[in-house]
Design a binder for this molecule. Structure first.
Ligand SMILES: Nc1ncnc2c1ncn2[C@@H]1O[C@H](COP(=O)(O)OP(=O)(O)O)[C@@H](O)[C@H]1O
Ligand SMILES: Cc1ncc(COP(=O)(O)O)c(C=O)c1O
Ligand SMILES: [Mg+2]
Length: 270
């Protein structure tokens, strides 16, 4: 048999809800064979209020992992997650161009939920200039969309549309800005712009702080559906249902963090 294959170029979240762990669990839920190039390891300090500690992987180690897939296997779709240095962003971009993949999902991770601070402020420019033009779909959250578009704080759906148009101008084919729990709105609103139309996706919104890894899970679900051959809109609409169920059934891990439930659609949907 053959299986659709997806690659994620992303970081490890030791707590298991976000990063490469979220990506692999989500690929698996979709029946997609997941492969990885690990860029950074994130650990959380239990003695220091769950402070995020970030350990980048050596560039040569990342290069070797990417060669394994780019030169040795191939992938039907790929996504990026946390990329902790400009050099690593450049390497990811170089590999994406070399692979000439039709389905490239860029999750321009600049912040970790829970930590809520910019991990590497100097990376915003590199994510905008180097990776954004390569995206079939880019999935910034509100903060990241403000950085990429140059609009700063985004607080309304109209501003999400304005930011999406600006990010499309930078070269991303489809821009999906996630409003999530941060936007003051009765629904969990995401705005999609393909250069012609705006789609406003309204999902059921849950009053919960257990949304760790939501963005990773959402972008991985889009990647998995693209790998399976769905078109961009179908992939995004399906992924929105997947993340809504994952948040409906999210749970507490400890007093600091609650991840989305990657298996929720399989476990609880009728
Ligand atoms: N409280 C919530 N209830 C329902 N959906 C949510 C909630 N928070 C986030 N989402 C959805 O989860 C997906 C990921 O968005 P977001 O949380 O903004 O990403 P990130 O984790 O990158 O900050 C989006 O579809 C968003 O609308
Ligand atoms: C390795 C890694 N990637 C990405 C993220 C971003 O997670 P989210 O999906 O909540 O935006 C985190 C957050 O902790 C992380 O540790
Ligand atoms: Mg995110």
């Amino acid at each position: 048999m053959t299986m659709p294959k997806a690659l994620t170029i992303a970081g490890s979240d030791s707590s298991g809800g976000a990063g490469i762990q979220a990506d692999l669990k989500t690929f698996q839920e979709h029946g997609v064979y997941g492969m990885t190039a690990l860029t950074v390891i994130v650990a959380m300090d239990p003695e220091n209020d769950w402070h995020h500690q970030v350990f980048p992987v050596e560039i040569e180690t990342i290069r070797a992992q990417l060669a394994t897939i780019a030169d040795g296997i191939g992938a039907d779709a790929l996504k990026t997650g946390m990329l902790p240095t400009v050099e690593i962003i450049e390497l990811a971009a170089h590999t994406i161009k070399k692979m000439n993949n039709q389905h490239v999902v860029i999750d321009p991770v600049m912040v970790c939920k829970g930590a809520d601070e910019v991990l590497y402020p100097e990376l915003a420019d590199a994510l905008r200039d180097i990776l954004t033009p390569l995206a079939t779909v880019i999935t910034p959250n509100l903060f990241e969309a403000g950085q990429l578009s140059g609009l700063g704080a985004i607080t309304t759906v109209d501003q999400m549309k304005e930011a999406a148009a600006k990010i499309h101008d930078i070269g991303a084919k489809n821009v999906l800005i996630t409003g999530g729990g941060k936007l003051q709105h009765p629904y969990a609103v995401d705005v999609l712009y393909d250069g012609r139309h705006f789609d406003v996706l309204q999902g059921e919104r849950f009053e919960t702080s257990y949304t760790h890894g939501a963005g990773c899970t959402y972008s991985a679900a889009i990647t998995a559906q693209l790998a399976k051959g769905l078109d961009v809109k179908q992939s995004i609409f399906s992924a929105k249902e997947f993340i809504t169920e994952a948040i409906r059934h999210s749970f507490q891990l400890n007093k600091h963090v609650g991840p989305t439930n990657h298996g929720a659609q399989r476990l609880f949907s009728k």
